[in-house]
Design a protein around this ligand. Structure first.
Ligand code: BTN
Length: 323
């Protein structure tokens, strides 16, 4: 968030009663008119601010609607979310991520929407993204990595979401290969990574994160009830979209920096810690056949390693897992 605005909110918060326009103008080193303009912007962002003559300003209540500003307020990341773009309704935050990448927006730009009307899932599936019920977000990254490493970023993103759920609740998140987040065997979240690359260098990656947060059962299509759920349904409570986005960005930045400095091993370890049915026997199926195998773990290229009953190990790049 623009730093004056951030300081202004801090000043308003730290004062028990009202704080005068003059004091704000002195402390922020801006004119009284500029203070007034900032107040107008805060109101637009949903802050309820009382203005009393000769006393000054006081925050009465905080916004319950999300904006780029409210998302940045209190966000303590170094680079992730330095540009935060919020939209009420978009076709897909992924499409906006690509547009912004082409406009030259920086590494760490984040796009969040209240609603997507053409949300995209993996394998050209549709991603249901109802208004205000979930996190529909894309992160633009410009990492100095080879295209072959892109799947590692997807696996990293999955561990971030599992860690988030683990930290904030008593739920036990699991990652179903490659990157579905499950709670109680039902899908809560999915990740879609799209990349633009030259032969040996990623130009940019757009990581799309969809999380079912506050849907009730009635908000999820009946034919999906057996396999899809939301954080609210599973935890029995509402989750703050704003705080959850901020926490994702915080964990993501930490894990991404760690990945760049120390490599894939910590991601692999984390992924396998949350990995669904790792060490267990499952049914694996492709278009042509299906067979039983034990899931062993993941490979640096994003493949799934499994061991057949005859002891032969195999690497899988696309398959469905059942149990
Ligand atoms: C999956 O199929 O599991 C991946 C779903 C990814 C959905 C997210 S929501 C934000 C971003 N915008 C999109 O259109 N898709 C991704």
């Amino acid at each position: 968030m623009e730093s004056t605005r951030k300081q202004l909110i801090e000043l308003l918060e730290n004062k028990r009663g009202h704080i005068s326009g003059q004091e704000l103008s002195d402390q922020l080193d801006i004119s009284r008119t500029a203070v007034w303009k900032h107040m107008k912007e805060l109101k637009k962002d949903g802050y309820d601010i009382e203005a009393v003559q000769r006393k000054g300003y006081k925050i009465i209540s905080y916004p319950n609607k999300i904006s780029g500003n409210t998302l940045q307020w209190g966000l303590d990341t170094n680079w992730l979310g330095s540009q935060m773009h919020h939209f009420e309704q978009v076709e897909s935050t992924q499409a906006i991520g690509h547009e912004m990448a082409k406009q030259g927006k920086p590494h760490g730009t984040v796009i969040v929407a209240d609603e997507q009307v053409k949300g995209k899932g993996r394998m050209s599936r549709e991603w249901h993204s109802p208004k205000g019920k979930g996190i529909w977000m894309s992160i633009l990254l410009r990492p100095e990595l080879a295209p072959i490493q892109a799947p590692q970023l997807t696996l990293l993103a999955a561990t971030v979401l599992a860690e988030l759920i683990d930290e904030r609740s008593d739920l036990q998140p699991q990652i179903k290969w490659p990157n579905d987040i499950l709670v109680n065997h039902k899908k809560i979240s999915g990740i879609l990574t799209e990349m633009q690359a030259e032969q040996d260098q990623i130009q940019y990656v757009v990581i799309g994160i969809g999380i079912n947060v506050n849907q009730g059962l009635q908000d999820i299509p009946a034919d999906l009830h057996h396999k899809a759920s939301s954080l609210k349904i599973e935890s029995g409570q509402e989750w703050s979209i704003q705080e959850t986005v901020q926490q994702i960005l915080r964990i993501f930045e930490k894990r991404f920096d760690q990945y760049l400095s120390s490599g894939f091993s910590s991601v692999k370890e984390n992924w396998e810690h949350y990995g669904y049915r790792i060490g267990e026997e499952v049914t694996i199926s492709t278009m042509k056949h299906s067979w039983r195998a034990e899931l062993i773990g993941i490979e640096p290229d994003g493949a799934l390693r499994a061991k057949k009953a005859n002891g032969v190990e195999e690497k899988l790049y696309s398959a469905e897992i059942h149990w």
